[in-house]
Design a protein around this ligand. Structure first.
Ligand code: ADP
Ligand code: MG
Length: 260
């Protein structure tokens, strides 16, 4: 569904991404990992068309990204960003309704009534009790579910997530990732997710792209990426990699240098 070739980006003559080349299959759950500042958000913003690239090409569904109009992109993809919610002053249901803007004419009318879709998503995200709450009256976990809801009501073919689980406790992390995964499976959506937690990336991603200092280190399945020497090269700390006792996927344990 996505082909990225020879992608490059610089800010003020400093290269932040170079020689990026990978493809994402339709219906795939594709992860992007790498240390802070390695270029993950920049790459995701280029895929969503928010920022331009200096060289190379991103092709989505056989069409170069720069040939898409704003409206075409809004119908194709949705983004969940770390700070993606509108400023305070809006209620939960209003925020989800905003997700339908790309499908409305200038009178704010839609060909199909979206209210039942919005109801379904509110229910799936467990936001029924919060529908009429203001955004400033929500916890971090609740806000993140609203942000996901705003992305899902667009019924995107491509869902882009930038560190969706940051600031969430483990219960909400699993809940949010499970919702995304089951949505991806039932709707055949392609997911590209920047994840900072390597263990979550291993559990949920079909394949993972590992970035380091703006360069592509490796693309592969969890077993190819979750290797202690590779992780040491990129993150500067050597973890212990072990098989998850239930899910048969690699997980890491951090090893302290100063223990006892
Ligand atoms: P990550 O998401 O992996 O933490 P980013 O993509 O946010 O990394 O940033 C990659 C690099 O690009 C960093 O060195 C960052 O300082 C730089 N950068 C990001 N956005 C800008 C910008 N708008 N102007 C200048 N430098 C930027
Ligand atoms: Mg980032």
């Amino acid at each position: 569904m996505i082909q990225v070739t020879g992608l490059e980006k610089s800010y003020h003559q400093t290269s932040v991404l170079a020689d990026i080349h990978f493809a994402v299959n339709k219906g795939e759950f594709f992860g992007i990992i790498g240390p802070n500042g390695s270029g993950k958000s920049t790459l995701l913003k280029m895929i969503s068309g928010v920022i331009s690239y200096d060289a190379g090409e991103i092709v989505i569904n056989e069409k170069p990204l720069r040939k898409y109009t704003r409206k075409e992109l809004a119908k194709l993809l949705a983004v969940l960003e770390q700070e993606g919610l509108p400023p305070v002053g809006f209620r939960v249901r209003e925020v989800l309704e905003m997700g339908r803007f790309p499908f409305q004419n200038w009178l704010g009318e839609e060909a199909e009534d979206a209210s039942s879709l919005i109801n379904d998503i509110i229910e799936m995200l467990g936001l029924q009790q919060l529908e009429d709450r203001g955004l400033d009256e929500l916890s971090g976990g609740e806000k993140q579910r609203v942000a996901l809801g705003k992305a899902l009501v667009q019924k995107p073919k491509l869902l882009l997530l930038d560190e969706p689980t940051t600031y969430l406790d483990i219960g909400y992390q699993i809940q949010l990732m499970d919702i995304v995964k089951s949505w991806q499976k039932t709707n055949g959506v392609t997911v590209v997710a920047v994840l900072h937690d390597l263990n979550l990336a291993s559990l949920y991603c079909d394949r993972i792209l590992m970035l380091h200092k703006g360069k592509q280190v490796q693309v592969g399945g969890p077993r190819e990426i979750m290797q202690s020497s590779l992780i040491e090269d990129v993150y500067g700390t050597r973890p212990i990699v072990m098989e998850h006792p239930v899910h048969q996927l690699p997980q890491i344990f951090l090893k302290s240098e100063s223990w006892r």
